[in-house]
Design a protein around this ligand. Structure first.
Ligand code: RFL
Ligand code: PHB
Length: 392
């Protein structure tokens, strides 16, 4: 098989890149390790920055999002007995869109099918070769046969555990990592959301988040120890603990019901540098992971795709290599801002058992800065709704 861009990974980064490239007349093939149903059963992100919304619209894949997504103009941060409303529209004239990653992935698959773009599912033993040459390739096993895609560029969109990042020699890679001593237990239920906007709660019992997918589907999270197991939590245990961690008015309004999904995700901050090696360019979770507190993971995947698509388009239209050469540094500048913001939100709102009394006062002071200063809320709103896509 031969194509211009070989894409490893059929998550949001790989699928959006394939679609945007097709819109610019550039061919690609996507190789995905899992079956489509498996990819579509993963419940992940829920909050889209406006830059992500506009990218989906520009790739003509935003119609259902615009019909079914919920536009949010603010959110509530609760800690130390005080609720603070952060009004995005008033502070930065921007909003976010609440629309599940599962729905985006489905919309992207439907659009790729309609455009005749190949996504090869159930690919096993995927490997990369010739990355330092002009003709790299992707080898894999598919339905019992060995296959190879010869291409001109490889986009590594295969998430944190995929092979692309590992294909960059260890001596050429620098990794930056922070592991947090807790995870998030998420629960999905067919109940009305407790509030119209998201509530982030930094309670002394631990963090909690009230989110949603639509007016009758709620998504809630609780901070739990890293070694906890979702099976240890009955639905009643979850609802009781959630009520204890929310502002009283919200706890009283909370509608409870059976869970339709319950799972624990660990929290991690991770960046690999550089994001390019020869003809390989990494996008999304393959290059970086943020704790979900700032709702940045999917949005960073989308901004990487924005930069990489523009760089490949300039190369194929004009033979201009400048965008590809600066892709890593351009993408990383935005990545590090999101790293800082996600780390800051996580530190401010979670309970750290090993933290000193000094750290606890800093955490309280961070929250009070948001509560008492419009500049504090402005910083939160600007980062949460998404920093601009700077150009080189
Ligand atoms: P993905 O989604 O992990 O997709 C990578 C794809 O690559 C495939 N793959 C391979 N394919 C071929 N060969 C191999 N050897 C392969 N190995 C892996 C995988 O099967 C998969 O299909 O990465 P991508 O595309 O970079 O997208 C990143 C996002 O999924 C991720 O950052 C977000 O979900 C993070 N995230 C959130 N992000 C937000 O922007 N807003 C949020 O509100 C938000 N909430 C969340 C989140 C992540 C969470 N979890 C579970 C980690 C909430 C949670 C709980
Ligand atoms: C979600 O709805 O899954 C969600 C929302 C906001 C976050 C993280 C996850 O910060």
């Amino acid at each position: 098989m031969r194509t211009q861009v070989g894409i490893i990974g059929g998550g949001p980064a790989g699928l959006l890149l394939a679609l945007k490239l097709a819109r610019s007349g550039i061919e690609s093939i996507v190789v995905e390790r899992r079956a489509r149903d498996y990819v579509l059963s993963r419940i992940r992100a829920g909050v889209l920055e406006w830059g992500t919304v506009e990218q989906l619209r520009n790739a003509s894949v935003g119609a259902r999002m615009d019909r079914e997504g919920l536009v949010h103009d603010g959110c509530t941060i609760y800690a130390h007995g005080q609720s603070v409303h952060v009004d995005f529209r008033q502070l930065v004239s921007k909003s976010v869109m609440v629309y599940g990653q599962t729905e985006i992935t489905k919309d992207l698959y439907d659009e790729l099918d309609a455009s005749g773009i190949q996504v090869l599912h159930d690919a096993e033993a995927v490997s990369l070769a010739g990355l330092e040459t002009c003709s790299p390739s992707i080898g894999f096993r598919h339905r019992g046969a060995s296959k190879c895609i010869d291409c001109e560029f490889v986009a590594g969109c295969d998430g944190f555990y995929g092979p692309s990042r590992q294909a960059i020699p260890r001596s050429e890679r620098r990794e930056f990592e922070k592991i947090y001593p807790f995870g998030w237990l998420g629960l999905l239920s067919e109940t009305a959301p407790v509030s119209e906007e998201l509530i982030y709660s930094g309670h002394e019992r631990g963090f909690a988040l009230c989110s949603m997918r639509n007016p009758s589907l709620s998504r809630y999270y609780l901070q739990v120890p890293l070694d906890d197991d979702a099976a240890n939590w009955s639905d009643d245990d979850f609802w009781n603990e959630l009520k204890l961690r929310l502002p009283v008015e919200a706890a009283e309004r909370l509608e409870t019901g059976p869970s339709i999904e319950k799972s624990i995700a660990p929290l991690r901050s991770f960046v690999t540098e550089p994001m390019s090696w020869g003809r390989l360019h990494l996008c999304g979770d393959a290059a970086h992971i943020v704790p979900p507190t700032g709702a940045k993971g999917l949005n960073l995947a989308a901004s990487d795709v924005y930069y990489l698509h523009n760089a490949l388009r300039d190369y194929y239209r004009r033979g201009d290599l400048a965008g590809l050469e600066s892709y890593s540094s351009t993408a990383l500048a935005r990545v590090w801002h999101a790293m800082r913001f996600s780390w800051w939100m996580t530190a401010m709102l979670h309970k750290f058992s090993e933290r000193s009394n000094f750290d606890d006062r800093i955490r309280k002071s961070d929250f009070q800065y948001v509560a008492n200063s419009e500049i504090g809320r402005l910083m939160l709103a600007e980062n949460y709704t998404g920093l601009p896509y700077w150009r080189r």
